[in-house]
Design a protein around this ligand. Structure first.
Ligand SMILES: *[C@@H]1O[C@H](CO)[C@@H](O)[C@H](O)[C@H]1NC(C)=O
Length: 243
């Protein structure tokens, strides 16, 4: 609980550094407006989360709107492209619980369930479909510095750009790949966008994280995971996708 609260602070400051392999989630209650308990908006938020929990596991992505203005709520949920539908369902339900527990009356919120980027859930009273959201963002940093930081970053950023190109035109908006960096060292990358984004918006989202975010948080490190409201990227020196 206190860990989650610390996270909110960090999400606002857009700089998160956490040791890997810990199952923390992160969230951000981003609206300046609140709703009252037992209000129509609250029941629409609950309805939306339940719709997304049913819809998302079918394809790995869900998008819905519930209710009528002024209580209409818009939302989406995304699971990592490699997840099974049953683990996707568990994950979206967990994201829904985290949002309801941590942002009990905020009109807009987002939760990322864990540092593997397994799933995210976002809702807002302001329609946001198709728009790149890199304001909401969480960053997990592998604390190890690469042997040859400059070359390593150049190569991993090149891999991520290539994956952005590949993945943005696919239905699942996701791509995974690897490259030989130096000696026997390999680097693995994974990118994904929410599927409300067009191919060009997806590419734009990822290119901003690669070109603007990574150089300020992560370049030179052996691994990083950046999850925004619209796209996610990860690179590590070990395979990212669970076997
Ligand atoms: C995304 O879709 C492509 C086929 O279009 C598939 O090859 C790939 O495995 C899927 N998932 C990921 C994580 O790339």
């Amino acid at each position: 609980m206190s860990c989650s609260r610390i996270f909110v602070l960090f999400v606002y400051h857009l700089t998160l550094a956490f040791l890997l392999q810990k199952a923390f989630g992160a969230f951000n209650c981003f609206s300046s407006e609140n709703f009252a308990a037992n209000s129509p908006y609250e029941s629409n938020v609950n309805g939306l989360i339940s719709t997304l929990s049913t819809q998302t596991p079918q394809t790995g992505f869900g998008q819905a709107s519930v209710g009528q203005s002024p209580n209409q709520v818009y939302g989406l949920a995304l699971c990592a492209a490699y997840m099974s539908s049953s683990s996707c369902q568990t994950c979206v339900e967990q994201a829904g619980n985290e949002i309801r527990n941590n942002c009990p009356n905020n009109k807009g919120a987002i939760a990322w369930t864990n540092q593997n980027g397994d799933c995210l859930l976002k809702y807002s009273n302001v329609e946001f479909f198709g728009q790149v959201d890199n304001q909401n963002k969480v960053i997990y940093l592998n604390p190890n510095t690469a042997g040859n930081p400059e070359a390593f970053s150049r190569q991993t950023n090149g891999l991520l750009l290539q994956l952005s190109d590949q993945g943005s035109v696919r239905a699942n908006r996701s791509a995974a790949g690897e490259l030989q960096v130096y000696g026997l060292q390999k680097a693995y990358g994974l990118t994904q966008c929410t599927r409300d984004l067009s191919s060009s918006a997806c590419k734009q989202c990822l290119e901003a994280l690669i070109g603007e975010t990574l150089p300020t948080c992560c370049n030179g490190k052996e691994g990083a995971r950046v999850f925004s409201g619209s796209c996610t990227l990860q690179y590590e020196t070990f395979p990212i996708i669970p076997a």
